[in-house]
Design a protein around this ligand. Sequence first.
Ligand SMILES: [Zn+2]
Length: 379
Amino acid sequence: MQTNPTHTHRLGLSAIMTALAVFAVLPLLAQGFFGRVPVVLDGVPASVGVGDSLGEALAERPSLARSGDLLAVTDGRVVLSGGGEPAHVRLNGRPVTPDVRIAPGDTIEVERGADAVEPTVEETHAISIPTKVVGQGAVLTMAAPGSVGVQRVSVGTVSGDIVTSETVVPPEPMILRRMSGDRKKVVALTFDDGPWPGQTDKILDILKREQVPATFFALGVYVKRHPALVARETREGHDVGNHTYYHPNLTTADPKKLQREIAGTNAAIKRAGGERPEWFRPPMGLVNEQSYALLKAEKVRPVLWTVDPQDWHRDAEAARIERAVVDGARPGSVILLHDGGGDRTETIKALPGIIGALRKRGYEFVLLDGLPQAPKARW
Ligand SMILES: [Zn+2]
């Protein structure tokens, strides 16, 4: 057979054409006619979209490429799901970035990101001043002002958990000393929670007859309602003290409100014809560092009591009130009684007996200024 170069040439051309066609079609076949590219994903045959980058392919499988979680520094609970390290992805055994395009037959391995522990931050907190009341007397004086402490805490930035807490500077307590008097036989009668019509006036009658001075710790709200009783107290030589406006607990009241309670009561007493009160009695006898500072700023002197016959009690009886006062009285005692806040029939009934019995024992009645431990304040 004779070879025909032209034919040979033709044959060669067609082989090249075929090869070219196959070369062009093969990748298409490999990619599939449905737009998917076969790969091996975590050891399992799978397919991804044509032209997908690694990131796009994995976005279709969020459960595979999960980031780790962010854990609380204290107990390891999850505080932010997916807040840990990102997933590790390897393409054909090599770490790659998500923008790499996937080729047919690629092997993709995905490893969930590691959990991470939240960072911590150091914070400094102030420790408030505790209050310590010492001594036995009625008049409160400040023996030490106290100082705030400093606490350093390490806090988880996401959880807010306190990891460590260390007292750098301990707080020093404010020390309030209850001053007691010397042996001078004087006592001070005090009446709280008035003025109270029908009761305060009866008490004033007895005190006038017996020529005994007393201190009335009035509530601003009643002073405003019954100014004539306050005027009479002042006129007859008694002291009118401040017992707040509405009888709040000083240790829990808002400082701004408390300031109004004290200033408002002072103003009400002055408007009723009284003098600006020098003395202040904390409701329930409760006082703390903050309220003590406020009393000082308002220039009133806090005074508690040393004898409490519980005349406010529902079952109080005149005879028992009298006995409790007479048995409890010591030189310098401050006696707590009530002219308001409820029915004080038994207090009124007990009062002449109290005065008589204490006089018989050599006691003299004085205003609070007359107590040896409470000389007149110099503002
Ligand atoms: Zn009271």
